[in-house]
Design a protein around this ligand. Sequence first.
Ligand code: NI
Length: 198
Amino acid sequence: MSPRTAFIAGALAFAVGAAGLAGALIHLGGRGGGQTAAQASAVGGPFEMVDQTGATVTDADVKGKPFLVFFGFTHCPDVCPTALYEITQAFEALGPDAEKTQALFVTVDPERDTPEAMKAYLSSFSPRIRGLTGSRPQVDAMVKAYRAYAKKQPLKDGDYTMDHTAIVYLMDRNGAFVAPLNLKRTPQEIAAEIRPYV
Ligand code: NI
């Protein structure tokens, strides 16, 4: 496959998977997951966002340590809080090594997820989880860079929810995509997968 074809195939696989499962966790079968190197290298890249303290965060700021990236939104009824809880437990299992990593919880709903809303929401989880929000163009650019999917879904009462990719991306210290992190394991098993990259 040409790099462009590989990119399109990868983007489609992510988008179709996210749409088909509509909020369910997507499992790609562990490390590698049958991905080509071209697809892996196409995930991630530059971003500029705002964290829950109002500080600007860029890809350059998080390099030097491995990190997790997870897209979601604070009004999410179950998938997001469950994943954040599982990440919190994995970081506890990492012990002192948790200081050498962090997770980025990136909202796909910046209209409601202000830095203040993110700060309040994340207070229930590991302090190693940083909440990223920003303008709609900033968020859209990061969603695109990670080949993720997010779509507003209107509800009958005039409210709305968000469909979104539920992959947890394990990124190495250079900001390169390693693999989707499967959270449906024990915290110790998840920690063991992260530890070699710290
Ligand atoms: Ni969610």
